[in-house]
Design a protein around this ligand. Structure first.
Ligand code: GDP
Ligand code: IMO
Ligand code: MG
Length: 431
């Protein structure tokens, strides 16, 4: 039975939410496997807008099982708020439709405080530009073996012991940053108050997914962020604190690597980035401004303006390789309508040499200059196109050239934020 992993193949905000929502019709389970509420996914269904952070993007469709896997870091207070907001929009969320892995580490208020204090204290050039939601510190505590996990909420003595262990680490850190000491008892009380709200969804996800697979159910693994923000393969240190690439889908929910049949990379037809860090094709001119305006490139989580630039085929070729992408969903093609000329970066020049990938050393990344090839644009509108034949010839040429340069076929094409403004070329579940 086909299971599909969806990963962002750039710096995030590629349109994963829209594509996951669309694909969720064909799947039984939608499982988030990494990241946290640093993600911001916007879905538009018949004009109605849904904004999701921690909830899987299949939740809106109804009748599906949405799963938050152990690879995620979960802010329980945020989740409860998000559930309430989405319920107000008429979406049914219950323990029948939402499941949280018992071994999921929690994001506590101390993580957000630490994240923000570090960013404020950072000197120019060292700031990451995080979402300030405590993602990095929460993952640090996970690998430091001092997380409070979902299962710990079920027993008062364990919870206290876990909190004490975390505080042993955090109090000296806070002191160094000039943050007041943690009120231990208040934190424990807060956790005890939220515990039943979270525990009602808690389950051994690895087991449930194993049983689902045996019963022939289809799983859609939903990645957040993008491969260039991956902790190992991204533009380190300007990355998020989790593995984002497709290999994480297995460890992030507890299935074997053989459970994954198809990796769909989500690729924006140009490039954007929020936060600090290298961006070889970034545009600081009217083209960049135009991409930002037409693409409405403002971050869903922080409201920050996204940096915009030309399509970077070298980077996407690289991320397709590290995630084993079989096909891509190319999104926001409509944003390119009306450009006379479109540029595509095919590689870089560094010290007089031509590179076909972005080198790992930050110092070299900063000195890489993009090598471009130009493509003619199109004046016709592609917005809302639902059939390949409705696309202008030059738009098709652009898509075909992208496929050649990244060495990966287009499986889906998206031409507006609306769910149904989507062209299916190859069904990832049927592959
Ligand atoms: P995600 O983080 O990858 O889920 O992406 P976001 O939701 O943060 O950002 C993508 C934005 O582009 C959202 O506002 C979507 O509604 C919108 N979007 C998705 N696909 C398309 C498309 O094909 N065309 C246009 N114009 N907008 C799109
Ligand atoms: P979605 O799922 C775009 C970026 C932040 C910052 C860096 C580290 O919507 O694509 P963090 O708070 O994770 O420690 O911040 O990662 N970032 C994202 N950028 N889309 C996202 O998620 C992001 N999640 C984190 O801007 O540069
Ligand atoms: Mg986003």
């Amino acid at each position: 039975m086909a299971n599909v992993v969806v990963v962002g193949a750039q710096w995030g905000d590629e349109g994963k939410g829209k594509i996951v929502d669309w694909l969720s019709e064909r799947s039984d389970v939608i499982a988030r496997f990494q990241g946290g509420h640093n993600a911001g996914h916007t879905l538009v269904i018949d004009g109605k807008v849904y904004k999701l952070n921690a909830l899987p993007s299949g939740v809106v469709r109804g009748g599906k099982l949405s799963v938050i896997g152990n690879g995620v870091v979960l802010d329980p207070w945020h989740l409860v708020e998000e559930i309430a907001k989405i319920r107000e929009q008429g979406v049914d969320i219950s323990p029948e439709t939402l499941m949280i892995a018992e071994n999921t580490p929690l994001i506590l208020p101390i993580h957000g405080e630490l994240d923000r204090a570090r960013e404020e204290a950072a000197s120019k050039g060292t700031k990451i530009g995080t979402t300030g939601r405590g993602i990095g510190p929460a993952y640090e505590d996970k690998v430091g073996r001092r997380s409070v996990r979902v299962a710990d909420l079920g027993d008062a003595a364990t919870l206290e012991a876990r909190v004490d262990r975390a505080l042993q680490h955090h109090d000296p850190l806070r002191k160094g940053l000039g943050i007041e000491p943690i009120d231990r008892d208040a934190l424990i009380a807060q956790l005890q108050e939220i515990a039943p709200e979270i525990l009602q969804y808690a389950a051994p996800v690895w087991k449930v997914l194993g049983d689902k697979r045996k019963a022939g159910k289809r799983i859609l693994f939903e990645g957040a962020q993008g491969a260039l923000l991956d902790i190992d393969f991204g533009t380190y240190p300007f990355v998020t604190s989790s593995n984002v690439i497709a290999g994480q889908a297995a460890t992030g929910v507890g299935v074997g690597p053989g459970a994954i049949n198809y990796v769909l990379g989500i690729v924006k037809a140009y490039t954007t980035r929020v936060g600090e860090g290298p961006f070889p094709t970034e545009l600081d001119d009217e083209n960049g401004q135009r991409l930002g305006e037409r693409g409405r490139e403002f971050g869903t989580v922080t409201g920050r303006q996204r940096r915009c630039g030309w399509f970077d085929a070298a980077l996407v070729r690289q991320t397709c390789a590290t995630s084993g992408v079989k096909g891509i969903a190319l999104t926001k093609l409509d944003v390119l309508d009306g450009f006379e000329t479109l540029r595509i970066c095919t590689g870089y020049e560094l010290d007089g040499e031509r590179l076909d990938y972005l080198p790992t050393a930050a110092e070299q990344q900063a000195r890489c200059t993009p090598v471009y090839e130009d493509m003619p644009g199109w004046s016709e509108s592609t917005e809302g196109a639902r059939r390949w034949v409705d696309l202008p010839a030059n738009a098709i040429k652009y898509v075909r050239r992208v496929e050649e340069l990244i060495d990966c076929p287009v499986a889906m094409l998206s031409t507006s934020p609306e769910r149904e403004d989507t062209i299916l070329v190859t069904d990832p579940f049927a592959d």
